[in-house]
Design a protein around this ligand. Structure first.
Ligand SMILES: NC(=O)c1ccc[n+]([C@@H]2O[C@H](COP(=O)([O-])OP(=O)(O)OC[C@H]3O[C@@H](n4cnc5c(N)ncnc54)[C@H](O)[C@@H]3O)[C@@H](O)[C@H]2O)c1
Ligand SMILES: O=P(O)(O)OC[C@H](O)CO
Length: 346
């Protein structure tokens, strides 16, 4: 990979745009948007999410050109579109490409999300984005970009830290080279599964934290929920084959703090609105914004049942979000839950 060639991004959403402007501090960037009208509009006014696109960013509707010119490509689309996106771009990908995804959610196969409550789900049907990239393309060198990266803050030029997770030193080196700047500190890890799972699972806890705030509760119980939520994230991580370490780093606790305490997080905000009494349908129908945690909650609650995991926060959140269970009763259940010890993992 040459230092001079551009870096590609798939997805011109809020995080894709934030990363494009950050990468442009070091390199030329080609962003793929599937929407030709948006491409046309951005070519004319060069404003997205209220900020100007950096001069080194070009938005295109031609993935073949991006694959031809970029070896390092960052797919950043919602998890429910990720496999379809991979299927559409895979004809243009070669083994020499490097894929570093920025998506925080699960892919599922063999069951429609709406049928999960009826049919259940097992581990073999749940996939990380790294698994999807490897299943759907000839690309070998893959990685995940994770950490506390609220797009709104990044778009506004605020500093942050990211984690590049990859089994390949070359992916870490090249990604670090193009992403590091005075705005972004880049950490790295070889623990891809742990870093990915931490980023995915924390969205559910952010949803819950928002619900508590919207319901009018204070910091004490919010802190308890975030802390016990971290325990559940770790239990899930272990059940899915990861170890504990990533959950205590920037990709874990770091992203959990940012997402579960910020009104700039879509997951937290979605939960906040539920906490004020709006229904799932009311929030969904009046918000264009993506809250990955809602889909992840559906998947993890049913996976937990299948794996016989003891995850009371996930269970209560599921009942509140999808079954209209009263928040007050759920709170009482959690406060009186027979947690035996404070730290219940090694
Ligand atoms: N926004 C954040 O703060 C943030 C931070 C870190 C990670 N993420 C993760 O990044 C992912 C994307 O989030 P976002 O905030 O950019 O969402 P978004 O809704 O703002 O944008 C998603 C973009 O993906 C595009 N897209 C969807 N399907 C596509 C396809 N098949 N081919 C090409 N493009 C497609 C959409 O047109 C849209 O432009 C999510 O998994 C999210 O969890 C978001
Ligand atoms: O999707 P959001 O807005 O809740 O942001 C979550 C990001 O993963 C923050 O790192």
């Amino acid at each position: 990979m040459s230092k001079k060639e551009p870096v590609g991004i798939i997805g011109a959403g809020s995080f894709g745009t934030a990363m494009a402007n950050l990468l442009a501090l070091n390199t030329d960037v080609l962003v793929y948007s599937r929407n030709p009208e948006l491409v046309e509009q951005l070519r004319k006014n060069r404003f997205r999410f209220g900020v100007p696109l950096h001069d080194r960013v070009t938005v295109l509707n031609d993935f073949e050109e991006i694959a031809g010119r970029c070896q390092l490509i960052l797919p950043i689309v919602p998890s429910d579109s990720f496999r379809a996106m991979m299927k559409s771009v895979t004809p243009y990908l070669e083994p020499s490409h490097v894929l570093l995804h920025g998506t925080k959610g699960f892919d599922i196969t063999g069951v429609d999300l709406n049928d999960v409550p009826k049919l259940g789900i097992d581990r073999k049907q749940v996939h990380t984005m790294t698994e999807v990239m490897l299943q759907e393309s000839v690309v070998v060198r893959t990685g995940a970009l994770t950490g506390p990266n609220l797009a709104r803050e990044l778009l506004d030029g605020q500093p942050s830290g990211s984690v590049i997770a990859s089994k390949f030193d070359e992916v870490i080196r090249r990604s670090t080279e193009v992403l590091s700047s005075s705005q972004l500190h880049v950490f790295s890890t070889h623990d891809v599964l742990g870093a990915e799972l931490a980023g995915v699972l924390k969205n559910v806890i952010a949803l819950g934290s928002g619900i508590l705030k919207g319901y009018g509760l204070g910091k004490n119980v919010q802190a308890m929920m975030i802390t016990r939520g971290l325990h559940e994230m770790i239990h899930f991580g272990r059940a899915l084959g990861s170890d504990n370490r990533a959950f205590f780093g920037t990709a874990g606790v770091g992203d959990l703090i940012a997402t579960a305490t910020s009104s700039k997080s879509r997951n937290y905000t979605f939960g906040f609105r539920l906490g004020t009494g709006e229904t799932l349908e009311e929030v969904r129908s009046t918000s264009q914004e993506l809250a990955e945690g809602v889909r992840t909650l559906m998947i993890t609650r049913h996976l937990a049942k299948n794996l016989r995991l003891r995850v009371p926060i996930t269970e209560m959140l599921y009942q509140i979000v999808f079954e209209g269970f009263p928040i007050e009763v759920a709170m009482n259940y959690l406060i009186t839950y027979p947690y035996e010890v404070d730290v219940d993992f090694l």
